[in-house]
Design a protein around this ligand. Structure first.
Ligand SMILES: N[C@@H](CCC(=O)N[C@@H](CS)C(=O)NCC(=O)O)C(=O)O
Length: 246
């Protein structure tokens, strides 16, 4: 197998999913950090079919999207598997994984909303990243980029408020999958790798961590992604957090 190259954005949770799955397979890879928004043009110029991270070059081929990457990794190197061999169990894992791909957008919208208000915490999400310029400088000059990302991701007050309101139900759903054994089994699967980084990103918000960390979903996130960079001090209006008292 040739050297794998994974294109990511620092702090991107689906990028973390891909990194964790490559690690799980024991496939060494070179991580290439891209700046948000600018990443879109870079990925297109590299002839990736779409413009999001994670994007993987593997053996001359290009695979994009965390779910596609999970399947390609299992195809190229079946062991250890990312999906259960039992067909019924596999369907359940794939359902959870697909739901998780949508759920991804919730912490993404929260993050850009928060960064638009205060860019200072962004630096903590870029720990270990190599952007070609000092991270502090990128953050200092990143106002237009952050505004563009907030716009592209529709991080409006209305959407953010709705995502905060739906979070308790989302966590209930994840807890349910854990108690049914779809998530959080002895061997982690593609749905664990899909969902846990989103929960983990939500836990980087001081506003949200207390409502998540002691639940099965929070414990799973810490197990799957023990060290995810970043921390955002309280940022959301108190009334938007009404449903999230621990
Ligand atoms: N759901 C897809 C898409 C991932 C996605 O939207 N990634 C974001 C970063 S978390 C992205 O590339 N955004 C482009 C940007 O920020 O400019 C996946 O799991 O791969």
């Amino acid at each position: 197998m040739g050297r794998a190259k994974l294109y990511v954005i620092p702090g991107s949770h689906p990028s973390r999913s891909a990194m964790l799955m490559l690690d799980r397979k024991g496939i060494p890879f070179k991580r290439v950090d891209l700046m948000p928004v600018i990443s879109k043009g870079v990925l297109r110029a590299m002839r990736f079919p779409a413009n999001t991270v994670p994007a993987l070059k593997l053996d001359g081929g290009r695979v994009q999207g965390s779910r596609e990457i999970a399947r390609e990794l299992d195809r190229m190197q079946p062991d250890p598997p990312l999906f259960p061999s039992d067909p019924d169990q596999r369907v359940k894992v794939e359902e959870a994984e697909a739901w998780g791909d949508g759920f991804q957008h919730n912490p993404r919208q929260l993050s850009w909303w928060a960064f638009k208000r205060n860019r200072a915490p962004m630096e903590s999400y870029s720990e270990g990243a190599r952007l070609g310029i000092p991270v502090g400088l990128a953050v200092k000059t990143g106002g237009p980029l952050v505004a563009a990302a907030a716009r592209l991701n529709e991080s409006t007050d209305e959407n953010v408020r709705a995502k905060l309101a739906s979070l308790p139900g989302d966590l209930d759903r994840i807890d349910g999958w854990i108690s049914d054994g779809v998530l959080g089994g002895e061997e982690l699967n593609a749905a664990d790798y899909q969902i846990a980084p989103s929960v983990r990103l939500a836990m980087t918000f001081d506003d949200l961590r207390p409502a998540i960390e002691n639940r099965p979903a929070g414990q799973l996130a810490m197990r799957v992604v023990p060290d995810f960079p970043g921390r955002t001090p309280p940022v959301f209006p108190a009334e938007w957090l009404a449903g999230l008292r621990p």
